[in-house]
Write a protein that binds this ligand. Sequence first.
Ligand SMILES: Nc1ncnc2c1ncn2[C@@H]1O[C@H](COP(=O)(O)OP(=O)(O)OP(=O)(O)O)[C@@H](O)[C@H]1O
Ligand SMILES: [Mg+2]
Length: 310
Amino acid sequence: MSLTKQRQLDLIETALGEKILNYLLNDDVIEIMLNPDTKLWIDTLTEGRKYTGTDILPSSALRIINLVSSAVETIVNKNNPILSAELPGTGSRFQGMIPPTVTNPIFTIRKKAIKIFTLNDYLERRSITEKQYLKVCQAVKDRKNILVVGGTSTGKTTFCNAIINEMAKYDNRIIILEDTQELQCSAKDVVFMKTTDKVTMRDLIKSTMRFRPDRIMIGEIRGGEALDLLKAWNSGHPGGICTIHANDCKSGLEKLEQYIQEVATGSQEKLIASAVDIIITIKKLGTKRYIENIMELKNYSKDYELFKID
Ligand SMILES: Nc1ncnc2c1ncn2[C@@H]1O[C@H](COP(=O)(O)OP(=O)(O)OP(=O)(O)O)[C@@H](O)[C@H]1O
Ligand SMILES: [Mg+2]
């Protein structure tokens, strides 16, 4: 590591302070959140979300955000008050925001998973039933396109990692597109790409097609890239996964339609029905995260033809 990088890391560590550093090291803590009222919250595996009793001054929070932004070579200011980055040296996802979009600087640090939960781990923890487990394995083997649906922090990305881990058993070239790198893949032939301020997810998907992908994954669908991804899945690159933020299967499909409408006329239900094969809904109840159901999407005529397959 260069001296400048090391110095940046040291400065960030000092700015974060002992309390936050300890939370970063504590395996039970999965998320660290600073609110505009200066209160620091954490989310833990064993107890869920709680206020830490610690307050972080707005000036300290601003310093942290500025240091992270300069480490990733972007600028945060009142015209560009949002920062999405990886917290250097940790691989954690860092999302920061400064006034005027909030009253005081805030950030949320989503820690990188310490280990990949495999589908077997889900089975052992009874987060997935045996039947669901077999259906997911079969869907991966058959190169079905899988949409993982769930609310905030339900475990969509973690479950995607479990599916990708299963996928690595097959000899495919995998391309993974994300805004910040959260997905992990043990396959030998894998390419990771990340969006930047100037390169959008739509740009990445278009470019991906020239990198000879077998399977294409997107961390999270959030806009018009939904259209490009479904077209890619539909045109000789099946066997992908993506996550979408919605509470159930039907709302996940409606969300896809809305995203497609941002860039095309019509909601393209037929394209959705032919590109998406399997929809897996994840739920969070207290601190427990589990697979609620698995639906197969067969067709669209008047409405989506969905069949529960678990
Ligand atoms: N099955 C699980 N067992 C234990 N911890 C889990 C499980 N699934 C997720 N987690 C933890 O919960 C946190 C949130 O998980 P994850 O990032 O997968 O959620 P998400 O639904 O993708 O969130 P977001 O909506 O922010 O993208 C992570 O810190 C992760 O390690
Ligand atoms: Mg996620």
